[in-house]
Design a protein around this ligand. Structure first.
Ligand code: AMP
Length: 118
């Protein structure tokens, strides 16, 4: 199982040493509001264990990906955007626009998303 990384901001949020606005929690995942929201609803869903990106999760703990996506769907429901629609994004690696090297899914909604990604 991946260990928490002391220099990872999302591990700090999971540990409670870095503040966040949490919206949901399970034994394996945490959902909290993005500090720089790009939409009226912008929540990040992370595994509590440290995996650098979604590829690491798929390789090491594929069942966790299902839990992560289930939590994204639950966030959308709780935030009231499920009916209108929303976007789930898993930026991966430098050219994928991933700035924080701890796997995270963005749940974005509350406005019309652009037709093109990026
Ligand atoms: P990405 O570019 O996919 O790695 O997205 C990283 C996201 O993490 C960005 O949308 C940031 O605004 C967000 N972020 C970075 N630090 C924090 C923090 N301390 N609390 C909440 N969101 C954060």
């Amino acid at each position: 199982m991946a260990q928490r990384s002391s220099d990872c901001v999302f591990c700090g949020i999971v540990a409670g040493t870095i503040p966040s606005t949490q919206v949901r929690e399970t034994d394996r995942t945490l959902a909290f509001r993005d500090v720089s929201p790009q939409a009226p609803v912008h929540v990040l869903v992370v595994p509590k264990d440290h995996y650098a990106d979604v590829a690491e999760v798929v390789a090491a703990a594929p069942h966790l990906l299902r839990l992560l996506l289930e939590e994204c769907v639950a966030v959308a429901r709780d935030e009231g955007i499920a009916d209108d629609g929303y976007r789930i994004a898993l930026n991966t690696g430098e050219q994928g626009g991933q700035a924080v090297a701890h796997c995270h899914a963005h749940v974005l909604g509350g406005r019309q998303m652009a037709g093109q990604l990026g």
